[in-house]
Design a binder for this molecule. Structure first.
Ligand code: HEM
Length: 282
């Protein structure tokens, strides 16, 4: 059972045509194993989080009761993208596991919604939000090393409080960017293979081998997204993370949560500018 399905071209050449769809189950099971493993780890083995130092009282006194976290535009983007992503996964994979329906039109329409939402996000995050907030920095690396050493029982100071996003969230974002962009770029070209009424149908745009590799990459990115979305939803509904999930609905975080987990020097919050986009980060 290979990872890729092959076919013979009219010229007798072996060409890849799809990712092997049994990998859907591999991704779903891997996602499930991660959830169960993580839940067991947190319940029985994880130690309480300890951070270096305390936030000085004069700094803490300036933090508002509700800390702005996501602007309305960022929240709308998130939920539109999430709806498109779920629609894409459902329309792509239900037919592959035996639930047949005319899925292709719904699929590319959801694909266009995802593409438009991601284009919006790139422009919004580049010019209105703090673009750097979601990419790992030097402090993240130093803190990751401190956390690793402490987990292994070695001597190291506790990590600092987080900036806006912990390293784990930044790494997740990086991986989903790669999988999402791979699915989008290949998906837009694949629209030339089907009748959409938007783009002229042109199956001869690329040769058989290029099309085949494109379908394989599209399917591989999509299958990766099954596990990535499972992990994301799992963290969103974990009891200790509900406060973060709620902030993606209402836009703000509790002051107590902010002071416990975030470093005002690394994620500056200004009570007076709660409504200002510029001060908020991605
Ligand atoms: C979560 C993201 C996505 C997932 C999980 C996904 C998954 C899939 C899968 C598994 C297929 C079947 C491929 C095959 O038969 O080898 C497919 C086909 C297709 N996808 Fe996506 N896709 C995603 C995003 C997109 C996007 C963003 C677009 C367009 C902008 C798109 C457009 C298409 C088209 C047009 C086809 C049909 C190709 C054909 O039947 O010839 N997809 N997708």
């Amino acid at each position: 059972m290979g990872l890729v399905e092959w076919a013979k071209s009219p010229w007798g050449e072996d060409i890849p045509i799809h990712i092997s769809f049994f990998l859907i189950w591999v991704a779903a099971i891997a996602g499930l194993l991660f959830l169960v493993g993580h839940a067991i780890w947190v319940r029985y083995f994880a130690k309480a989080e300890v951070f270096e130092g305390v936030t000085p009282p004069d700094v803490a006194a300036r933090i508002p009761q509700r800390v702005p976290r996501h602007s309305l535009a960022a929240r709308l983007f998130h939920w539109i993208m999430a709806a498109a992503m779920l629609a894409l996964l459902i329309t792509a994979f239900l037919p592959k596991v035996g639930i047949q329906f005319p899925w292709v039109t719904y699929h590319w329409i959801a694909g266009l919604v995802l593409t438009a939402s991601i284009l919006f996000h790139i422009v919004h995050a580049s010019f209105w939000l703090d673009f750097r907030s979601i990419w790992p920095d030097k402090a993240d690396m130093e803190d990751a090393s401190r956390r690793l050493k402490r987990a292994l029982g070695q001597d190291a100071p506790p990590p600092r409080r987080f900036a806006k996003y912990p390293l784990e969230n930044k790494m997740y974002h990086g991986v989903i960017v790669l999988a999402g962009l791979a699915a989008i770029l290949t998906g837009v070209f694949m629209m030339f293979r089907v009748r959409t009424g938007i783009l002229p149908r042109n199956p001869y745009l690329f040769g058989d081998m290029t099309w085949g590799l494109m379908y394989v990459l599209h399917g591989a990115a999509g299958i990766g997204l099954i596990a990535l979305v499972m992990v994301h939803v799992y963290f969103a509904v974990r009891p200790e993370k509900l406060v973060i999930t709620k902030s993606m609905i209402v836009g703000t975080l509790d002051r107590e949560h902010y002071l416990e987990h975030h470093d005002p020097q690394r994620w500056a919050v200004d009570a007076a500018s709660s409504s200002s986009e510029r001060r908020m980060t991605a």
